[in-house]
Design a protein around this ligand. Structure first.
Ligand SMILES: [Zn+2]
Ligand SMILES: [Zn+2]
Length: 396
């Protein structure tokens, strides 16, 4: 689907995809799918527990209860999403979905496992009302597919559907930072909730996508955690328990905008001119290769989840996460990326040892470590030359 959209955009001679943005979007999605493997069962367990112990009604599956559940789920989503924008603590997780300054299908992948956790908390009301866990998880499966189709600029307005459903046009408004579009169109499948609760805005002028204060960073970890760190720092600076609580549960505009820049400097993610690279194709080729590898690995992991021992799964997951951080660092042309490559190699090596149990690997690792130490500067030069096409090392 993303490929199709890309070709369509190309045919229409429109630039809807930017390399770094799209890679960052897909990276976030890979991490979420990965962590989902370990958490989906837990969500079902929570709903089932709540249903068995606290259900107010005993609801049986029938045409009417499925329809009721659909409306209830969509209604809860509306409020989850509204709170995700209006409460700092929840915004810290949801912000990741809004960082991209592009708008295409890859943006729909920008969901984190933290968002999934908070959403699960909101939907916990459904088993308490009396819907069985099986019904809820089945409906959420289909509910979860819908948002994918609304993250595109290739589809215009959809006639009478605009009155009932959340359409691509409505969701473009939601992702825009134009003043009149801020905090609008929270709905997931039905747009009626926005019209009912006064948060609806139609698409009139061309939306500008991304945050009101753009992130301009492709660091995987910084994208995931910058708002949380900003929030903690702002809370630390506030005196009085009451004021602190009010900040945590207050709207995002209460956080001082300068805090992000100060933290970025502290954590070495401050923006710097990207002029080091002489061969952008090489760097992109490397990153795309890594992402394709990860997609294959993730696919295999999902398919054979129940046959693979847990230790192997954890090691594969670690490898995937390290690679994602690695790709972000490469896009940012960080020098420390070489240490991450080493960490990836160690994980890979440990994985080989665990799966084969061959002691010769230990000896080889020892020799490898010694030679690494001996030729470190040489290896670094070769690696940077390969990646960035440089004769000398890039500056920090
Ligand atoms: Zn949102
Ligand atoms: Zn969205």
């Amino acid at each position: 689907m993303m490929g199709l959209e890309y070709l369509l955009a190309k045919a229409m001679k429109k630039v809807y995809f930017r390399f770094n943005d799209s890679i960052a979007n897909v990276s976030v999605g890979i991490a979420e799918r990965l962590l989902d493997l370990f958490t989906v069962g837990a969500f079902y367990g929570v709903y089932d527990y709540l249903h068995h112990h606290y259900a107010l009604l005993s609801i049986k599956p029938s045409a009417w209860t499925w329809v009721a559940l659909f409306f209830a789920t969509d209604f809860v989503w509306y409020w989850y999403h509204r709170f995700a924008h209006e409460v700092n603590l929840f915004w810290a997780a949801h912000v990741v979905h809004h960082q991209s300054e592009e708008f295409n299908y890859t943006v729909s992948a920008r969901i984190t496992v933290f968002q999934a956790l908070i959403r699960t908390g909101f939907w916990a009301i459904l088993p308490i009302i009396g819907f069985p866990a099986g019904m809820i998880t089945t409906l959420l499966l289909f509910h979860g597919l819908y948002p994918f189709f609304i993250h595109t600029r290739t589809i215009g307005k959809l006639g009478f559907l605009e009155y009932i459903l959340v359409t691509p046009s409505h969701h473009r408004v939601h992702h825009a930072s134009n003043p009149q579009y801020l905090d609008k169109n929270y709905g997931d499948v039905l747009i009626i909730w926005d019209k009912l609760f006064g948060t609806f805005a139609p698409e009139v002028e061309e939306p500008v996508y991304g945050l009101t204060k753009p992130l301009r960073s492709y660091s995987f970890l910084w994208q995931q955690f910058h708002t949380l760190l900003e929030l903690l720092e702002a809370t630390r600076r506030t005196s009085g328990i009451r004021a602190k609580v009010r900040l945590l549960f207050g709207p995002p505009d209460r956080i001082d905008g300068q805090i992000r820049d100060q933290l970025a400097t502290r954590f070495f993610v401050a923006a710097h001119p990207l002029t080091l690279v002489q061969s952008i194709t090489r760097l992109r080729g490397y990153v795309v290769g890594q992402i394709i590898n990860l997609l294959i690995l993730l696919f295999g992991l999902t398919l054979f989840e129940h046959q693979i021992p847990l230790l192997w799964q954890v090691m594969m997951a670690l490898f995937i996460l390290l690679t994602l951080i690695n790709c972000g660092a490469i896009l940012e042309q960080r020098q420390w990326v070489i240490h991450l490559e080493l960490a990836r190699l160690i994980v890979l090596w440990a994985f080989l040892y665990v799966t084969t149990g061959d002691p010769i690997l230990i000896i080889l690792a020892y020799i490898g470590a010694i030679s690494w130490w001996a030729y470190q500067s040489l290896i670094q030069r070769v690696y940077f030359n390969f990646l960035f096409g440089l004769a000398k090392q890039p500056a920090q």
